[in-house]
Design a protein around this ligand. Structure first.
Ligand code: BES
Ligand code: ZN
Length: 855
């Protein structure tokens, strides 16, 4: 399994494949221990004299022939990573390569390639899983038309494209669209469909199916509706319609990621399909809708136009995340969605940029590409597109996208191609903008203000801290959306976008009667850290008066963050903050979802990040204590109104997952979280006992855990839901994420030895380990018990599922922030992993990167 010397792959080394693939025909004879795969690949040489190099791993070669002629031993070289056929054995013109291999899906615990999940066959081929299915040029720039025949004694046999013929025990599928191998998919099992249809804008009727295990069919309605909404939205917003007769989605219990956009046959982690009010929270409903949309949108941004090589990953992922964010913001509340996205960006991407794993949106080298499906590629990749759109305007963006689809349909494209359509459609020079793709690190944007004779000047300075391999960086183009308010709360200068291109730059506004209060970086117009010395009073003013909803929230957030940072150092709660919160929650005109976001305190991780940014070593226990004190102070001061809100935000009637009622429940639970700090969990227990849906059940349970009153509730929850895998994941997750940090490592160890901890199931592993890592002070327990527990499990998982183990290792990425004692303990845990014989390439790359402190 392990390569002796893991190779570094470099963007600079790209070379086109020397053959074109004219057609691919695959036959699968499925059997758990010995599946046979017959591949017939029609190809044409493009460079005379080139060898034919095919990728292949964990394959047993049965036979290989060219144009019907069996290859002899001297015609090829077979290694454990591939099959290379000598040029002398190849015809000069088009030929057919036929191979047969044997694979063992049942023993495939890595869940890449063809594997089994509780009796059903399924595949995951992105990024490089197809090479575990058959010998093939497993690279995204090799596109081909596939026909597939599946043979198995199972009722449902699916693959990409349109179904063409079937009989008992077999089915044939033809995908008319050329595609790279990573979009191949096959599913076989005893499944049932929840079906519907969609008529495209040109009048074609498409059959839609959500395939699930028997018994789950009544939890598919929401996913089907989400798919229909996504299909319509892509027609309306981007003019893109679906291009096959059928669209299948399959829910799988064992899946490393969230979901996968295989052409015409999306495969989903069951937790992102199945939904019912009893088992699914509001947040999960929103996520399901967003992920269904995301994978559907890939049909154009990823499938019809794919990536030339894996360095271009953000070309499809950044763009598709941007599109799914636009979709959710149209389906629900735009401002609320923007705040949620910025919270995610800061929690995951800023954190990544600050630590040893920092890398560019388009990296220049990798060892294992699966390690680069990161917050930087995804979330920052989406932010970069948002900036482009702001710079060229809505109309320019639409023209550029039309040109992109026109020019590159059917191709494997690059970031250069992407930027060229913007340059050509809008006439803009994007040379400097390209640095957003090549330079890692989050720019710090400092601002100073000058006021003289009616002229107000903003002076910005940008600095990007060093990141691994990039000690210095040139200034970037930063779109800074700005508005100015007069001290009475009126907006005197409406939003305009300043384009910063220099390291230091001034922008002036003249003809003002009074010195204004600036509202900077409205809508979070660039992924930067804004540094501005503002008083608590000024932040409270913006929280009350800013016309930009994002910046209203941001003002409240920074007020809370500043207050918390001071409290960690021993200060009392900031009265300005306490009062501002009081005014906000009384503002009945504001959207409940927005008020809920404003009421939620910054998490401990966010406080740690903020402290580190200002040069303080964060103390996790002090942060935990300070946050608890502030929550209690807020509850004490505002108990009456919080209690009123808690009661008023009960939503009567049948459950609906829409933004309106979900916002009310969010506000209700935000109030409850504060009240539970002072009522001993009384209200949380009452809600837990009567909650009519999972959102409120789980919210109340979290409050009970925080209050140390959850023993009975946890036992009852388990008894009720022990047969439901997805709900039991929540049971593991919630009690660790909210546990008393002092006991969290011991609790984690106890839960890990619970018979229900099926650790080979990715969702269950993520629930327990992810829940524990989300307990900031618990994971960073001063004894080091958290680090060593976590490392033990990464070591155990690595040989079974290296992709998962490597992804979970990012819990360690913040170690350089902490005190010397914690640093030493975390480094020792990492060193223990690194020293392991037979460590996977995935994990080997991660621990090597993690071990290096950034600064
Ligand atoms: N193409 C990815 C799935 C994928 C990720 C395959 C990593 C191989 C390695 C898919 O489109 C995706 O991005 N899925 C996300 C969810 C999405 C809404 C951001 C995921 O699985 O987390
Ligand atoms: Zn994606």
């Amino acid at each position: 399994m392990k390569d002796a010397t893991p190779q570094t792959i470099r963007l600079a080394d790209y070379a086109p494949y020397p053959f074109t693939l004219d057609a691919v025909a695959l036959t699968f004879r499925l059997a758990p221990k010995a599946t046979r795969v017959v591949a017939e690949i029609r190809m044409t040489p493009r460079q005379p004299g080139a060898a034919l190099a095919l990728d292949g791993e964990h394959l047993r070669l049965i036979s290989a022939a060219i144009d019907g002629q069996s290859l002899s031993a001297e015609d090829y070289i077979l290694t454990d990573t591939g099959l290379t056929i000598h040029p002398a054995a190849l015809p000069d013109a088009a030929f057919t390569l036929a191979t047969e291999v044997e694979i063992a899906p049942e023993g495939n615990t890595a869940l890449q390639g063809l594997y089994m999940s509780r009796g059903m066959y399924c595949t995951q081929c992105e990024a490089q899983g197809f090479r575990r299915i058959t010998f093939y040029p497993d690279r995204p720039d090799v596109m081909a038309r596939f026909t597939v025949r599946v043979e198995a004694d199972l009722p449902v046999l699916l693959s990409n494209g349109n179904p063409t013929a079937s009989g008992p025990g077999w089915a044939e599928w033809v995908d008319p669209w050329p595609k790279p191998a990573y979009l191949f998919a096959l599913v076989a099992g005893d499944l049932v469909a929840h079906s519907g249809n969609f008529t495209t804008m040109s009048g074609r009727k498409v059959a839609l199916n959500i395939w699930v295990r028997r018994g789950d069919e009544d939890r598919c309605g929401f996913a089907l509706g989400a798919l229909q909404r996504a299909m319509k939205w892509d027609e309306d917003a981007y003019g893109r319609e679906y291009d096959l007769d059928i669209f299948n989605i399959v829910a799988v219990d064992d899946f490393n990621m969230g979901a996968m956009e295989n052409k015409g046959l999306n495969i989903f982690n069951a937790k992102l399909v199945l939904a019912s009010p009893d088992t699914t929270t509001d947040g999960e409903y929103e996520r399901i809708e967003g992920v269904i949309a995301h994978e559907y949108f890939h049909n154009w941004t990823g499938n019809r136009i794919t990536c030339r090589d894996w360095f271009q990953l953000c070309l499809k992922e950044g763009l598709t995340v941007f599109r799914d964010q636009q979709f959710t913001s149209d389906m629900r509340s735009g401002p609320v969605k923007r705040i949620e996205d910025v919270l995610t960006l800061r929690a995951r991407q800023f954190r990544e940029d600050q630590g040893p794993l920092a890398h560019a949106v388009r990296p220049e080298s990798y060892v294992e590409i699966n390690n680069f499906y990161t917050a930087t590629v995804y979330e920052k990749g989406a932010e970069v597109i948002g900036m482009l759109r702001r710079l060229v305007g809505d109309a320019g963006y639409r023209r550029a996208l039309d040109l992109y689809f026109d020019r590159h349909d059917g191709q494997a494209a690059t970031i250069e191609d992407w930027l060229a359509v913007f340059a050509d459609a809008t006439g803009r020079d994007l040379g400097q903008f390209k640095r957003w793709y090549s330079d890692a690190g989050t720019p710090r944007l400092r601002v100073e203000e000058h006021w003289q004779d009616g002229t107000y000047t903003l002076e910005f300075t940008q600095v990007t801290p060093p990141t691994p391999g990039q000690p210095e960086k040139a200034p970037r183009v930063i779109p800074i959306a700005v508005g100015l308010l007069s001290p009475n709360g009126d907006e005197v200068v409406p939003t305009q976008v300043l384009e910063m291109t220099e390291a230091r730059q001034r922008f002036s506004f003249s003809g003002l009667a009074v010195r204004p209060v600036p509202s900077l970086l409205r809508g979070f117009s660039a992924p930067v850290v804004l540094e501005r010395d503002a008083t608590a009073a000024e932040r409270a003013f913006l929280l009350a008066h800013d016309t930009d909803p994002f910046n209203r929230w941001e003002a409240g957030r920074s007020l809370a963050r500043e207050a918390l940072c001071a409290m960690v150092a021993g200060a009392a709660p900031e009265p300005e903050h306490i009062d501002a919160v009081g005014r906000l929650i009384r503002d009945g005109a504001a959207d409940p979802a927005f008020r809920a976001l404003c009421l939620r305190l910054p998490g401990e991780e966010e406080i740690a990040t903020a402290l580190f940014e200002r040069g303080t070593v964060p103390d996790p226990d002090a942060i935990h204590a300070a946050r608890g004190r502030l929550a209690a102070a807020l509850a004490q001061k505002h108990e009456a109104v919080l209690s009123e809100i808690h009661d008023a935000m009960a939503v009567p009637g049948p459950y609906a997952p829409d933004a309106g009622p979900a916002g009310k429940r969010a506000l209700r639970l935000a109030a409850l979280a504060l009240l539970s700090r002072i009522d001993g969990g009384r209200r949380a227990q009452a809600l837990f006992d009567t909650a009519p849906n999972m959102t409120e059940t789980l919210g109340a349970l979290a409050c009970l855990i925080e209050a140390g009153q959850a023993d009975a509730a946890l036992a009852g929850f388990r008894a009720r839901w022990s047969a439901d895998r997805l709900v039991m994941d929540k049971w593991f997750m919630v009690q660790l994420a909210h546990a008393d940090p002092a006991n969290a490592p011991a609790l984690a160890a106890r839960l890990a030895s619970d018979p229900a901890f099926e650790w080979k199931n990715p969702n269950r592993f993520r629930a327990l380990m992810g829940g524990f890592a989300a307990n900031h002070a618990g994971f960073h327990h001063p004894s080091g018990a958290g680090y060593s527990f976590y490392a033990d499990w990464l070591i155990k998982l690595d040989p079974v599922n290296p992709q998962m183990a490597a992804r979970m290792s990012t819990a360690f990425e913040t170690w350089p922030r902490y005190d010397a004692a914690r640093q030493a303990l975390a480094q020792a845990a990492l060193a223990r992993i690194e020293a392991l014989p037979g460590l996977s390439r995935d994990m080997g790359e991660m621990v090597a990167r993690l071990a290096k402190a950034n600064r």
